[in-house]
Write a protein that binds this ligand. Structure first.
Ligand SMILES: Nc1nc(=O)c2c([nH]1)NC[C@@H]1CN(c3ccc(C(=O)N[C@@H](CCC(=O)O)C(=O)O)cc3)CN21
Ligand SMILES: CC(C)C(=O)C(=O)O
Ligand SMILES: [Mg+2]
Length: 287
């Protein structure tokens, strides 16, 4: 018997069920309506409206200048473009400095942005904040390792290579899970440490540059599609070279305009020459 299944957006419990069933959790960042419609044609179950938008969309050199209003704006567009994917939104720099700030900021991402979950960076120090959000009904994804909002303290380097820092990350991950985080991004953590964290915490880990042992993987849209040519991070594999395709297409467009091959008659409306002649006659008369 076949039962009609209406299209429904994934929720956090849906993704946790997939994880419990042994499925891996692919995730990609997404920042606009048109891209969101592309993701929604795929099997990718969740997207991140990341503050990386500051770098790949706005051209800033870090994620720090991104505002809550910026993320809300992009989140609304992504929610409009997706019917099936869970939309997770990043809490930007200094929008969750206290649990009360976090509640207000995350509340706006959910209520105005339409997000289904939020993500924030940090470990034990943000655990009370995570608890506060979860108690208010907001699913929280943690983010440990290379946390780009702390670039001025830790740089853009792999985190957890020495025993002291690795111990910190193990404790941070446990604290986040204990505080109610439903999943944890592990960014640029050595693969064996990511494996150890994944084995130790009861929630799925979502890696980026942290090896194949995490429960899922998140990548930045522009990196995997070959749209960001400033730097291809080691943690990325290009699955397409869209910027090259776009540039080649635009060069053909420019040539065709110069050589009058484009636009063609089919690209504009026609008009009865008699009607136009009449209009010109009238326009020539003094008013
Ligand atoms: N386009 C883009 N992709 C990302 O993955 C990304 C952003 N932007 N912006 C926010 C953060 C910053 N991230 C970054 C940025 C640079 C490196 C980087 O330069 N990595 C070095 C390797 C570092 C190491 O091994 O210690 C590299 O050579 O790629 C890593 C993560 C990850 N996130
Ligand atoms: C790289 C991912 C994890 C992120 O936080 C972002 O895109 O902002
Ligand atoms: Mg981010």
């Amino acid at each position: 018997m076949s039962v009609y299944q209406p299209v429904r957006r994934r929720t956090v419990p849906d993704l946790l069920r997939s994880h419990a069933d042994g499925e891996r959790l692919p995730m990609v960042t997404c920042y606009d309506y048109t891209s969101a419609r592309v993701v929604d044609r795929t099997s990718i179950p969740m997207v991140l409206v990341g503050d990386s938008l500051g770098m790949v969309v706005q051209g800033q050199d870090s994620t720090l200048p991104v505002t809550l209003d910026d993320v809300i704006y992009h989140c609304r567009a992504v929610v409009r473009g997706t019917r099936r994917a869970l939309v997770v939104a990043d809490l930007p720099f200094l929008t969750y400095a206290t649990p009360e700030d976090a509640l207000r900021s995350a509340g706006r991402l959910m209520a105005e942005g339409g997000a289904g979950a939020v993500k924030l960076e940090g470990g034990r120090t943000v655990a009370p904040t995570v608890r506060r959000l979860v108690d208010a009904g907001i699913p929280v994804m943690g983010h440990l390792g290379l946390t780009p909002q702390s670039v001025h303290q830790i740089g853009l380097r792999v985190q957890g290579k020495d025993a002291a820092r690795a111990e910190e990350l193990l404790r941070d991950a446990e604290a986040l899970a204990e505080a109610g985080a439903w999943s944890i991004v592990l960014e640029l953590v050595p693969a064996p440490l990511a494996d150890a964290i994944t084995a130790r915490v009861p929630v799925p880990t979502i890696g980026i540059g942290s090896g194949a042992g995490c429960s899922g993987e998140v990548q930045v849209w522009h990196d995997v599609l070959g749209l960001y040519d400033e730097h291809v991070p080691r943690h990325t594999t290009r699955y397409a070279t869209l910027a090259d395709h776009a540039a080649a297409a635009l060069d053909r467009l420019a040539d065709d305009v110069r050589e009058r091959r484009f636009p063609t008659a089919a690209n504009a409306a026609a008009m009865d020459p008699e009607v136009l002649a009449e209009a010109v006659r009238r326009a020539d008369e003094p008013t």
